[in-house]
Design a protein around this ligand. Structure first.
Ligand code: ADP
Ligand code: MG
Ligand code: ZN
Length: 489
């Protein structure tokens, strides 16, 4: 039978505030900070303490909610979500339940099938838990508790079950990450766990309007895990329905190494969180003037920027998507374009960023902020490549050198003698030298093996230390070969 997949995503994003959600402890780097160095009685869950709401966290939450076109609740309520776990010192998490910060939004996505709008069910504020590290020594296993993360502001963004393919889900997830980064409320560093996904997945017979039974995969920390685990569940559920079985409502985990999901708990064992209003916090009141102020200060959002880039700079939508994923990259691109000479197109500039620059950033794990080549310097390099002063190969080599140790194109070209050889006399001499030292190849060429022209071309470029102007080499080579041919007749 043919099935339709239905996916709803719950996304947890840490908010990059200075201090925690309900206390003055700093939000510290999860990898660099020593364990339990950013902890106070409030986030450690000591009795008798009182939480105080972090205004910046609310502002960040509003920023996201507005970017997602949500309806803002002028009064929302914090609630206690009760459960016992060693990383949760209070025995409950302060969250929002019946009255969230915002509801009824949307996120526009673009896939190969076109543009779609995914509805957002709710956006609410809560606090993160601590972190457990499971270890063993001398055959004894134990767990270490680190409360640095306990109480860090979290924003939960819940979609409606509106996605139908893994591709749509990926577009939604990366679109949301791009928004969070553009709004500067989250670093987007997935390896540090600052964004976590929960995928709710069901399948139903194609054409059916009823939702199928869903499973929920918890704690997905990368796009790869999100996509693989979802694809896996789609296959498992379709196969079960094909066999006439039913899908069990469960909470699942994902085993990245084995590439399988595993059951964590079934519907019968589902948590009863016994939510109730947080008695230590008053209702969260958000006045309209504050909302208006935040709305007015929103930057251009990735989706709009992508459309503008594609239109204004005539670049492919896929390239535009790569350029807008990070605000700083989009800014780098626009500064580069502004500095370009007339004979270099924005499209070429985009290719240098998504090609050479991104490859280098990936290989060396550096961010755009750490890139030593300022946009005007790259523009200068592209101008020189376009003007025939240097060829493309040389330009790439100079770029690589500048990325590594800074400097300017003029200086590197001068000290290393990299100027392109465009002088026809010099190139003609190189061509003659190559033909003279390869008599057998020339004979074969004249006997009809025309493809050898490209081989000769390569030899001349090599003899020129790859610095020759390719057009001049091509012309001079063809002229010399023509002479050899007529000389023979
Ligand atoms: P909870 O996980 O707390 O029970 P909800 O019932 O509100 O919360 O659903 C959470 C997520 O699951 C939402 O993103 C929603 O869109 C999605 N969802 C709900 N039902 C289904 C379904 N049958 N198939 C796929 N996703 C679903
Ligand atoms: Mg859920
Ligand atoms: Zn604290």
């Amino acid at each position: 039978m043919e099935y339709e997949t239905v996916i709803g995503l719950e996304v947890h994003a840490e908010l990059a505030t200075q201090s925690k959600m309900f206390c003055a402890c700093p939000v510290v780097d999860s990898i660099q900070a020593a364990p339990n160095t950013a902890v106070c009685p409030v986030c450690a869950g000591m009795p008798g303490v009182l939480p105080v709401v972090n205004r910046q966290a609310v502002a960040f939450g509003l920023r996201v909610a507005l970017a997602l076109d949500c309806r803002i609740a002028h009064t929302s309520l914090f609630a206690r979500k009760n459960y016992f776990y060693p990383d949760l010192p209070k025995g409950y998490q302060i969250s929002q339940y019946e009255y969230p910060l915002a509801e009824h939004g949307r996120l526009r996505i673009q896939t190969a099938a076109g543009e779609r709008s995914i509805r957002i069910r709710r956006v609410h504020l809560e606090e993160d838990t601590g972190k457990l590290t499971h270890a063993s020594r001398d055959g004894e296993s134990f767990s270490l508790v680190n409360l640095n993360r306990a109480g860090v502001p979290l924003l939960e963004i819940v979609s409606e079950p509106d996605m139908h393919t893994v591709e749509e889900m990926r577009a939604y997830a990366s679109g949301l990450r791009a928004i969070l980064r553009t709004l500067a409320v989250n670093s987007g560093d997935m390896e540090k766990g600052v964004i976590r996904f929960e995928a709710n997945i069901s399948v139903r017979p194609l054409g059916s309007q009823q939702l199928g039974t869903r499973v929920e995969i918890k704690n997905l920390n990368s796009f790869r895990a999100l996509e693989r685990s979802t694809a896996y569940q789609i296959a498992v559920q379709s196969a079960a329905l094909d066999r006439g079985e039913v899908v069990l409502q469960e909470t699942l985990g994902w085993d990245e190494a084995a590439g399988v999901t595993f059951s964590q708990r079934s519907k019968e064992e589902a948590h009863d969180y016994r939510y109730f209003p947080e008695p230590d916090l008053p209702p969260l009141v958000v006045e309209q003037p504050w909302v208006d102020e935040i709305a007015a200060a929103l930057p251009e959002l990735p989706f709009d920027r992508r459309l503008r880039f594609a239109r204004q700079y005539d670049i492919a939508p896929a390239d535009a998507a790569l350029l807008v994923e990070e605000q700083a990259v989009a800014e780098y691109f626009e500064q580069l374009v502004a500095a370009l000479p007339a004979d270099v197109s924005a499209r070429q500039a985009a290719n240098w960023i998504t090609g050479e620059l991104f490859a280098w950033m990936n290989q060396n794990a550096v961010s755009i902020q750490q890139v030593k080549v300022a946009p005007p310097v790259l523009a200068d390099l592209l101008a020189r490549a376009a003007s025939d002063e240097i060829n493309l190969t040389t330009a790439k080599a100079i770029f690589a050198e500048m990325l590594l140790q800074g400097g300017s194109p003029a200086q590197i070209i001068a000290t290393r003698g990299l100027t392109q050889i465009s002088d026809t006399g010099v190139v003609a001499a190189l061509v003659q030298q190559v033909l003279d030292s390869n008599p057998q190849a020339l004979e074969n060429y004249l006997a009809g093996k025309e493809t050898l022209e490209n081989w000769f071309f390569g030899q001349v470029m090599r003899a020129a230390g790859r610095q020759a102007n390719p057009q001049v080499v091509r012309a001079e080579l063809q002229r010399a070969l023509q002479t050899a041919r007529t000389g023979e007749e």
